[in-house]
Each structure stands twice: as structure tokens, then as C-alpha cells.
Design a protein around this ligand. Structure first.
Ligand code: KIV
Length: 272
């Protein structure tokens, strides 16, 4: 099993993702909200850039994802799409952009492709969105599903582990089957027991991408700022930190402030 994408990199599409699953190649997905970081993720060979509605919390400081709007998501998606080359850009449909009625949902999903340059959309929920998934796919819009912990339902479910009992696990697997039948090209499973994610990944033909869902998923996703350690005091169990950028930034800014205050910056080399 290879750990890196083959060269030259092909554009990541739903068909390529399906092939990756068949060959046992793991899908690498990270969140991206802006052009600069998206370009670095693209260069590092990330397969899917997810313009998550987590942007609301990570970039805009909202307490949850509920205040996120279409306008905000379109702007983030367009910035990310400008940096993407071979990576697939998937835009999260924000709260209330797809729940009100199917026509509005289709128009909103289409805007991500037509106006912002996305390659697909993601929406949360199971059976209740299956009809909508069919409609979007029929219109030519690739749809990624999202089950388990679905942050747009935080007011009813909280942020706790989902699918923890046998009944809940059975229901969640059934929802996953229904979504696959409806035409999703991939499924995000968030914060569920590893055993349940393993079953879903082995039953479904589409790649199951986990976040807090154990090692048996067909791919993994994290919020980029979490894995880069940009929030020094926030470390959920399912995150592995690959850098400590929060502390590095704090240190760099403190050193800059010290040099400005002491008159050490700018020096002769930084002056004309
Ligand atoms: O919004 C987001 O970042 C997400 C991921 C956590 C899967 O939906």
C-alpha cells in the first residue's frame, strides 16, 4: 500500500476516490478556509480540501456552526478553489441552506459549483436528507454525506459520542446504507465507536472518511488548525498534533514586539 499520491497527480474525483477505496489507498482530507493554507495543503498532496462550516468557529469565533451563512461559505470556498489543482474541493452546506425546501437546497448547492468553483458539497443527516441527495446527484452535484456527530444538530445532540449503543449503531448503519443508495460519493463519520466505523467502511462501497471514528475508515479528516496546534489549549482526544504553531506564533510575535520596543527592528539589513 503506498502512502503518497502517484505522480503526476490526477484530479481527485468521485470515481478516483472509489478506485482508491478498491485498492486500499487511504483518502487524506483536511479542512481549508483560505487561499494560502489551501495552497500548502494542495502542495502537500491532500486529496480533498473540505471547506467546512467549522470555519464559523475556527475563523470567525462563533460558538458553534449554526450562524454560518451561504455568503460566508461561498467566499471561503472561492478562496480555496483558487488554490486547488488536483485536490477535490468540497463545500459544506451551512445550517438552513438545505433544510427549508428542496428547490432552495438545489439552488444553494449549485451556487457552490457555479459561483465558487467547488467540486462537490457536503450535508449532514441520514434518511431525512436522502431524497435531497438524490435530487442534487441527479442535477450533477457530487454529494458527501455526514453522519454520527453532526455539529449542526448540536442543540439537540450536544457533542457527545454517537452510535454508542447497539440500537444507535444499527440505526446509524441503516442511515449510511440509505445515503449510499441515494448516491453519495463518500461519507464522513464523526465521533462514533471504531467498531461501528469499521462495519460501515466494510459494508459501503463509497469511501468512509473518519474523524474520531478509529483506524478502519477508508480515509481520515481533521480540522487543519487542530492538527497544526494553532489552539494551544484545545486538544480533543481524536486529534493528533503534527505541529505546535500556536505556541510558535506566540513566541514569534512576542520576539517581534520585544525587538520593536527595544529599537532592534528594523536593523540596517531591513532598511533602505
Ligand atoms: O465542518 C467541518 O470541519 C467538518 C469536519 C469536521 C468533518 O464537517
Amino acid at each position: 500500500m503506498s502512502t503518497e499520491r502517484e505522480q503526476p497527480r490526477k484530479k481527485v474525483t468521485p470515481a478516483l476516490l472509489r478506485k482508491m477505496k478498491e485498492k486500499g489507498r487511504k483518502v487524506v482530507m483536511l479542512t481549508a478556509y483560505d487561499w494560502l493554507l489551501a495552497g500548502l495543503l494542495e502542495e502537500a498532496g491532500v486529496d480533498i480540501l473540505l471547506v467546512g462550516d467549522s470555519a464559523g468557529m475556527v475563523v470567525h469565533g462563533f460558538p458553534d456552526t449554526l450562524p454560518v451563512t451561504m455568503d460566508l461559505m461561498l467566499a471561503h470556498t472561492a478562496a480555496v478553489a483558487r488554490a486547488a489543482r488536483s485536490a477535490m474541493v468540497v463545500a459544506d452546506m451551512p445550517f438552513l441552506s438545505y433544510q427549508v425546501n428542496p428547490d432552495e437546497a438545489l439552488r444553494n448547492a449549485g451556487r457552490f459549483l457555479q459561483e465558487a468553483g467547488a467540486d462537490g458539497v457536503k450535508l449532514e443527516g441520514g434518511k431525512r436528507v436522502a431524497g435531497l441527495v438524490e435530487r442534487l446527484v441527479e442535477a450533477g452535484i457530487p454529494v458527501m454525506g455526514h453522519l454520527g456527530l453532526t455539529p449542526q444538530s448540536v442543540k439537540t445532540t450536544g457533542y457527545s459520542l454517537q452510535g454508542g449503543t447497539e440500537d444507535e449503531a444499527g440505526r446509524l448503519l441503516e442511515e449510511a446504507r440509505v445515503l449510499e443508495e441515494a448516491g453519495i460519493f463518500s461519507l464522513v463519520l464523526e465521533k462514533v465507536p471504531a467498531s461501528l466505523a469499521e462495519k460501515a467502511a466494510s459494508e459501503l462501497k463509497v469511501p468512509v472518511i473518519g474523524i474520531g471514528a478509529g483506524p478502519s475508515c477508508d480515509g481520515q479528516v481533521l480540522v487543519t488548525q487542530d492538527m497544526l496546534g494553532l489552539f494551544p489549549t484545545f486538544k480533543p482526544k481524536f486529534v493528533r498534533r503534527y505541529a505546535e504553531l500556536g505556541n510558535q506564533i506566540l513566541d514569534a510575535v512576542k520576539r517581534f514586539a520585544r525587538d520593536v520596543r527595544s529599537g532592534d527592528f528594523p536593523g540596517p539589513k531591513e532598511s533602505f
